[in-house]
Design a protein around this ligand. Sequence first.
Ligand SMILES: Cc1cc2nc3c(=O)[nH]c(=O)nc-3n(C[C@H](O)[C@H](O)[C@H](O)COP(=O)(O)OP(=O)(O)OC[C@H]3O[C@@H](n4cnc5c(N)ncnc54)[C@H](O)[C@@H]3O)c2cc1C
Length: 361
Amino acid sequence: MRRFIAQEITPGHAAWEEQGLVPRELWRRAGSAGLLLPMAPAEHGGGGGDFLHTAIVVEEIARALATGVTGFTTHSDIVAPYLVEFGTEAQKALWLPQMASGEVVASIAMTEPSAGSDLKAIRTTARRVDGGWRLDGQKTFITNGHHADRVLVVAKTQPEAGARGMSLFWVDTASPGFAKGRLLDKIGQRAQDTAELFFEQVFVPEADLVGAENQAFGYLMHGLVQERLMIALRCATALEAALDWTIAYTRERQTFGKPLIANQHTKFKLAEIKTLAAATRAFVDQCVAEHMAQRLDADGAAMAKLWASEATAAIDDLLQMFGGYGYMREYPIARAYADVRPNRIYGGSSEMMKEIISRTL
Ligand SMILES: Cc1cc2nc3c(=O)[nH]c(=O)nc-3n(C[C@H](O)[C@H](O)[C@H](O)COP(=O)(O)OP(=O)(O)OC[C@H]3O[C@@H](n4cnc5c(N)ncnc54)[C@H](O)[C@@H]3O)c2cc1C
């Protein structure tokens, strides 16, 4: 993964940040290198690995600031697991090999313009028709939304039942009635495509319902555990990397005839952040071990995400130590500052994590 990023991603990343997305071909190259779907079963073209393989992919992307391919992990370790765990044998046999090779790029679409934190308030609906369903609605902020060939869409199938009336659909983006909006203009993660999606009377055949009808909420609560742990890992790693760059910079940069790090203020702040990064790593790694043993529950994952994503706020203090250079995008610390920010928002915001944790008090 490290070699792939160095050879195939880092050289083009700045140009892709300008364009707002990575080349579609990069997905096929990552597939050929065996870097997509590391955890999916080998008989379906996956890597046959476990969560530690996924952890390596997440960490290497974070460490190298290759945030244009954050969506690799959405595709591999957020979307694919819904097919692996809840899909039919036919769905697994057909789609997992194509996702592993990068022939098919996948997204997951929960959020809508009027419903983010409050998932059960979504308005996208799927109505039963002969041979399948008709989907109507709109989604926003969808990672991989521009490149997506298939989107795992959360829609209401029984609107009056609230959270118990939602289902998952594996929607073909070539279907009539489907449209992609513009690439959204983000302050960070600028090479990662994020898009709006529109569905107008989109026909979804019966075979593309994922799992049982009306059961999506339970599936999502299960899937979000791994998603939140991945975000926590990404944040723990981003903080470590930012600390390393800052230590190197403050040792080198001279002011008033001595290195910046020789000032008590600077070295004490770095000592505090080193301690924060170490505590974050210890907690997140413990949660990884719990997840490997299938013991990590919703509030454990929420605590890991809350803690690690909030810890990245310290990147603001690290940026300060670079002075004006810290505000220039050619310095990794400047990009890291903007790139880590949505980790406190997506996958459930910090406030929603506190809501989940407080239910256990
Ligand atoms: C870069 C990026 C990529 C994303 N990728 C995806 C994706 O691939 N798929 C997808 O489905 N979604 C995606 N999202 C959407 C993301 O999950 C939502 O933005 C997030 O869940 C928050 O929803 P919202 O934006 O509607 O904010 P809102 O729900 O409107 O919340 C606004 C603010 O109010 C707070 N808040 C809300 N309710 C309460 C409450 N009861 N008490 C206290 N505070 C509250 C929230 O925490 C937040 O701070 C992405 C977002 C971003 C920024």
